[in-house]
Write a protein that binds this ligand. Structure first.
Ligand code: H2P
Length: 814
C-alpha cells in the first residue's frame, strides 16, 4: 500500500466513517481514521483466513483466557503489515506526526500482568506462524484500573478504555449465545423413553461477540480475538414494565450487563467472587457454543470436535469448560457420557501459572450449586467415576483418594478447579522447567503419579515483534544492519551477534543505542513524576505486579542500604544508579500498597538529599502498562528478578529485559534458571537461596529477626524505616510492613538480604568497566533467542494441539 493510497483512505474515513472535515478533525479523529484504514487492510487477510478454515479440513487452536493484555494495536499492526514508513509519510503530508497519533490510542488493559500478556504474545505468534487460532475471552467494559500516585500512595482510577470508542473491534450482533444461570434440574423421559436430565435455569443472559483481528508478522494469516460482552436477553421485562415497575424492569438488564463490567484484580480477597464465577462460566459457555456452531457450519459430526479444536485452558479461570462441554454434549447433543468424556479429555489442555496455594481457585459448594446446579451434578459424576477408577486401578487408600477428589471436604466444602482441569485435560503443563518440576512434586503430585504422561513443560516466551522490533527500533536497526532481519521471526539467529561482542566499534554503537533509549525513558519519567534521572547512570529496573513474593521490598532495602552507606560517608565512590520501579498492587492488598508507599517515601528522601542524590535516585513510574513497558524494557541496564525461589512460575518481564540487553540480577526461580543457562552463568548475577534451601529453612522454623540481629546494615535499614525517617516522623505508616518482615517474613526477604547486597556490590563492580558490561549485554541479547513466544507456540502446536501451519493465499489483491 503506497503513501498516496493511505492518505486517500484516511481522508475517506474522516468523511464517511467519522463525519468530520479535515479542517475540524482532532488528533483523535485522525488516529481513528488511520486505525480504520489499517483495519481495512487487515480485513482482507482476515476474510481469507476464515475462508481457508471453511474450505479446508483444518484444526484450530482455541486459547481460552479470562485475560488478554493486548497493548496498543496501531503500532503493532503497522509493523506486522510492514507499512510504517508509508503511513508515516502519508500522515506527515496531512500535517500530523505518526508518533502523536500513536499516542492517541487508549490501551485495552484487559489483564493483570504476566498471564494476560502471555496470552497476547501467543496470539501474535500463532498468527505469525500461520496457525489458525481463536482467542476467546471477556470484553470487560473497565479493564485493569489506572494507577495514580498521590502523596506516595496508589490511587485506583476506573479504566474507561472504551470512552472514545474502539476502532479495532467489530461487533458481531449475529454471533450471540444464551448463557443460563441458577434454577434447578429435573428428570424427564426423551422420545425414546430414556431418562434424561434437564436444567431449568431461572436467569439467562446473552453473550455477544466482539472480534479483533490479529495480524501475523509479514504473512497473510489474520486470526481472531473474540471477546464476549454480556447483554440482557430483552432490554426490558415487559411484564414488570406493564405493571408499572419501571425500575424493576431495567433491573435485569443492569444485573446482566454487570457480568462483563470489570476485570478482577489479582489477589483480591473473597468479596465479589460470585460475579467472578459468573464471568468465567459466561465466557466459557459462549466460546464452547461458538465452537460447536462452527463445527455444525462445516457439516462435521460432533464426534470430530477434538480433531477440529484444541482448547487450551489458560489457568483454571476457564476450567468450568470441562463441565460445560460435558453438559453441551450429554444434555444438549445427547451423546453418551463415555463418548462425551472421551471428546472432552481429548479437547482440553491445561496450563498452570502458579504454585501459590492461595491462587489455586476453589469455589464454595453452595455458591456453585446456586449458580450452576447442573454443572455441580456433572462434576459429582466426573468425580465419582474418577475416584472409582482410582480406587480400582491404582488401589489408592482413602487419604490419597481424598487428596485427589474434585471436592475439598476439609471444612467448608469447595470445588477444586485445578483438579477439574487436570482430570478433564489430556495435557497439563507448567510455564518454565523449574515450575513444571515443582508442580509434579507439590500441588499436582498426586495427579502426576496417576498420569505422568499428561505432564509436560512449556517455558513461556514473549513476542520479539512488539518487545524488540516495535519497542526498541534503534537496537533492531543495529541488529538488522549487522546480521539481517531473520531474527524477527527466528530469534535463534540472534546468536550471530556473539562475535560482535568482541568488536569495540559495535560495542560503542550498542552503548549509544542504550543511552538514547535511557534518555527517552528519563524524559518520560521527568514528565510523569518530576524526577530527573541521568542516562549515564545505571538504570536498575523492577517492573511487575507488586507482590510480596516478587519482593520489591528486598530491592528497596538495597536502596536504603546504599543511602546509609552514603550518609555515613558522602564521598564513598559508588556507581551512580537510578532505581526505577513500576507496577500495580491489587486494591485490597494491604501490604503491597504499603510497599508502593515505602518506595515513594524512600524516593522522596533520597532524591532530595544533596548528600546522596548525585549518586542515587529512585523513581516509581505510575501506571505501568504495555505502552510504557515498551519504553522501559529497552532502557534498562539491570533487570531485577528477585522473587523467592519456587514462587515465580516463570516470569516474562525477565525475558523482555534480556532480549533488550539488560543484565539480570536474580534468584534461581522460574525462567531465570533457563535464562542463566542460555546466557551463561558469567553473564548473570545470581544470588539467594534455592527452592530446596527455602523449604528446608521454613521446615526448620524460620526466625527472620535473627537475620536482623546478625547483620548491622539490615538492622540499620529496618530501624530507619521504623523510626519514621522516610515518613516525616510517622512511625505508624510502615509498622505493618516492618512487623510482617520481622515476625514472619513469609517470602524470606531477610534470609536473602545479605547475599543480595553482596551480589549488588558485584554488579556495581562490573558496571565500572563499560566495555565488559556492554560485552555481557550483547551476549544476553544474542543468547536469548529461546525466549521467543514463537518457540513456545511451536511447542504447544506440535506437542499438545497438533495444529499445523496453513499459509493463506490472498486471491484478489484489488
Ligand atoms: C503469572 C505468573 C508468572 C508467569 C505468568 C505467565 C501468573 O503472571 O506469576 O510467573 O510468567 O503468569 O505464565 P504474573 O504474576 O505476572 O501476573
Amino acid at each position: 500500500m503506497s503513501a498516496p493510497e493511505i492518505k486517500k483512505s484516511i481522508l475517506d474515513h474522516l468523511t464517511y466513517s467519522i463525519g468530520r472535515p479535515p479542517s475540524l478533525a482532532s488528533k483523535q479523529d485522525y488516529y481513528k481514521a488511520l486505525a480504520l484504514t489499517v483495519r481495512d487492510r487487515l480485513q482482507q487477510h482476515w476474510v481469507e483466513t476464515v475462508q481457508a478454515y471453511l474450505e479446508q479440513d483444518l484444526k484450530v487452536a482455541c486459547y481460552l483466557s479470562a485475560e488478554f493484555l493486548m497493548g496498543p494495536h496501531l503500532g503493532n499492526n503497522l509493523l506486522n503489515l510492514g507499512i510504517e514508513n508509508e503511513v508515516r509519510q502519508a500522515v506527515k503530508e496531512m500535517g500530523c506526526e505518526l508518533d502523536e497519533l500513536l499516542a492517541e490510542e487508549e490501551e485495552p488493559g484487559l489483564g493483570n500482568g504476566g498471564l494476560g500478556r502471555l496470552a497476547a504474545c501467543y496470539m501474535d505468534s500463532l498468527a505469525t506462524l500461520e496457525r489458525l487460532a481463536l482467542g476467546y475471552g471477556i470484553r470487560y467494559e473497565f479493564g485493569i484500573f489506572d494507577q495514580e500516585i498521590r502523596d506516595g500512595w496508589q490511587c485506583e482510577i476506573t479504566d474507561k478504555w472504551l470512552r472514545s470508542g474502539n476502532p479495532w473491534e467489530i461487533a458481531k450482533p449475529e454471533i450471540t449465545y444464551y448463557v443460563n444461570f441458577g434454577g434447578h434440574t429435573e428428570y424427564y423421559r426423551d422420545e425414546a423413553g430414556a431418562e434424561r436430565i434437564r436444567w431449568v435455569p431461572d436467569r439467562a443472559v446473552k453473550g455477544m461477540a466482539y472480534d479483533t483481528p490479529i495480524q501475523g508478522y509479514r504473512v497473510n494469516t489474520c486470526n481472531t480475538l473474540r471477546l464476549w460482552s454480556a447483554e440482557a436477553c430483552e432490554s426490558f421485562d415487559f411484564q414488570a414494565f406493564n405493571t408499572g415497575d419501571y425500575y424493576g424492569a431495567v433491573d435485569d438488564k443492569v444485573i446482566s450487563e454487570t457480568i462483563t463490567k470489570v476485570l478482577y484484580p489479582n489477589d483480591e480477597p473473597e468479596i465479589g467472587k460470585r460475579l467472578r464465577l459468573l464471568q468465567q462460566y459466561f465466557f466459557v459457555s459462549c466460546s464452547l457454543q461458538d465452537m460447536l456452531r462452527l463445527l455444525d457450519a462445516q457439516g462435521q459430526p460432533t464426534q470430530r470436535f477434538p480433531e477440529k479444536f484444541a482448547v487450551q485452558l489458560n489457568d483454571t479461570h476457564p476450567s468450568i469448560g470441562v463441565a460445560e462441554l460435558m453438559r453441551l454434549l450429554v444434555d444438549e447433543r445427547r451423546l453418551s457420557w463415555e463418548d462425551a468424556w472421551d471428546i472432552t479429555v481429548l479437547t482440553f489442555g491445561y496450563t498452570n501459572h502458579t504454585l501459590l496455594p492461595e491462587a489455586l481457585e476453589t469455589w464454595p459448594l453452595p455458591l456453585f450449586r446456586e449458580l450452576l446446579p447442573r454443572h455441580l451434578e456433572i462434576i459429582y459424576e466426573i468425580n465419582a467415576r474418577f475416584l472409582a477408577s482410582v480406587r480400582e486401578t491404582h488401589h489408592q487408600d482413602d487419604e490419597h483418594v481424598k487428596r485427589l477428589s474434585l471436592i475439598d471436604e476439609n471444612g467448608e466444602k469447595r470445588i477444586r478447579m485445578a483438579h477439574l482441569a487436570c482430570v478433564g485435560s489430556h495435557a497439563i503443563n507448567g510455564v518454565a522447567a523449574l515450575h513444571s518440576e515443582l508442580l509434579k512434586r507439590s500441588v499436582l503430585k498426586d495427579f502426576y503419579e496417576l498420569w505422568p504422561e499428561r505432564f509436560n513443560n512449556k517455558t513461556n516466551g514473549v513476542t520479539p515483534r512488539r518487545f524488540m522490533a516495535l519497542a526498541n527500533p534503534k537496537l533492531s536497526e543495529l541488529i538488522t544492519r549487522t546480521i539481517g532481519d531473520g531474527w524477527i521471526t527466528h530469534t535463534e539467529e540472534l546468536r550471530m551477534l556473539e562475535p560482535f561482542s568482541e568488536d569495540a566499534a559495535f560495542r560503542k554503537e550498542w552503548r549509544l543505542v542504550k543511552q538514547s533509549n535511557k534518555q527517552q525513558l528519563a524524559d518520560y519519567i521527568l514528565k510523569q513524576t518530576g524526577i530527573e534521572l541521568d542516562p549515564s547512570w545505571m538504570f536498575d529496573v523492577q517492573v511487575k505486579r507488586i507482590h510480596e513474593y516478587k519482593r520489591q521490598h528486598l530491592n528497596i532495602l538495597h536502596v536504603i542500604t546504599l543511602y546509609n552507606r552514603l550518609k555515613r560517608d558522602p564521598k564513598l565512590a559508588i556507581a551512580p544508579r537510578a532505581f526505577i520501579f513500576g507496577g500495580k498492587a491489587a486494591p485490597g492488598y494491604f501490604i503491597a500498597k504499603r510497599i508502593i508507599k515505602l518506595i515513594n517515601a524512600v524516593g522522596e528522601v533520597v532524591n532530595n538529599d544533596p548528600d546522596v542524590n548525585k549518586k542515587l535516585r529512585v523513581a516509581f513510574v505510575p501506571n505501568f502498562n504495555v505502552q510504557n513497558g515498551q519504553l522501559i524494557y529497552p532502557a534498562a541496564d539491570l533487570s531485577e528478578q528477585i522473587s523467592m525461589a519456587g514462587k515465580e512460575a516463570s516470569g516474562t518481564g525477565n525475558m523482555k529485559f534480556t532480549l533488550n540487553g539488560a543484565l539480570t540480577i536474580g534468584t534461581l526461580d522460574g525462567a531465570n534458571v533457563e535464562i542463566r543457562d542460555e546466557v551463561g552463568e558469567e553473564n548473570f548475577f545470581l544470588f539467594g537461596l534455592t527452592t530446596e534451601e527455602t523449604l528446608r529453612l521454613q521446615q526448620q522454623g524460620y526466625r527472620p529477626y535473627a537475620y536482623v540481629e546478625g547483620n548491622s546494615e539490615l538492622a540499620e535499614a529496618i530501624r530507619l524505616i521504623a523510626s519514621g525517617h522516610f515518613s516525616h516522623g510517622d512511625t505508624e505508616v510502615f509498622r505493618p510492613l516492618v512487623d510482617n518482615l520481622c515476625q514472619s517474613d513469609p517470602f524470606l526477604v531477610f534470609a536473602d538480604y545479605a547475599d543480595y547486597i553482596a551480589c549488588q556490590d558485584k554488579v556495581a563492580g562490573v558496571w565500572k568497566d563499560p566495555e565488559n558490561w556492554t560485552r555481557m549485554s550483547i551476549l544476553n541479547t544474542a543468547r536469548a533467542g529461546k525466549f521467543s513466544s514463537d518457540r513456545a507456540i511451536r511447542e504447544y502446536c506440535d506437542e499438545i494441539w497438533d495444529v499445523r501451519p496453513v499459509p493463506i493465499m490472498i486471491k484478489d489483491k484489488t
